[in-house]
Design a protein around this ligand. Structure first.
Ligand SMILES: [Zn+2]
Length: 76
C-alpha cells in the first residue's frame, strides 16, 4: 500500500444539518440560523459530490486528476 503523501492533510468541508439541533427549533453556537454547520467532508462525500456534477465539470476534474496541473504551472 502506498504511503500517504506528506501533504495529505487537506480537508474539505461540507455544509450539513447540525446534529445537536436536529428536530429542535433553536440554533446552537455551532450552526447558523438554518440549523446547518460545516463538517469535514469524508472522501465518500467528496466522491459523491463529483459523481453528481455535470459531465462537463466531471471531465474537467478527471483531466486535472489524471494529467495534473502542468499547463497551469507553465503559465506562471
Ligand atoms: Zn446547532
Amino acid at each position: 500500500m502506498d504511503e500517504p503523501k506528506e501533504n495529505d492533510k487537506g480537508v474539505l468541508y461540507v455544509r450539513s444539518i447540525c446534529l445537536s439541533c436536529l428536530d429542535k427549533t433553536y440554533s446552537c453556537p455551532y450552526c447558523d440560523g438554518e440549523g446547518k454547520t460545516y463538517i469535514e467532508a469524508a472522501d465518500k462525500t467528496v466522491a459523491r459530490w463529483i459523481r453528481n456534477l455535470s459531465e462537463e465539470r466531471k471531465s474537467v476534474i478527471m483531466k486535472y486528476m489524471i494529467k495534473g496541473f502542468e499547463n497551469e504551472e507553465k503559465k506562471k
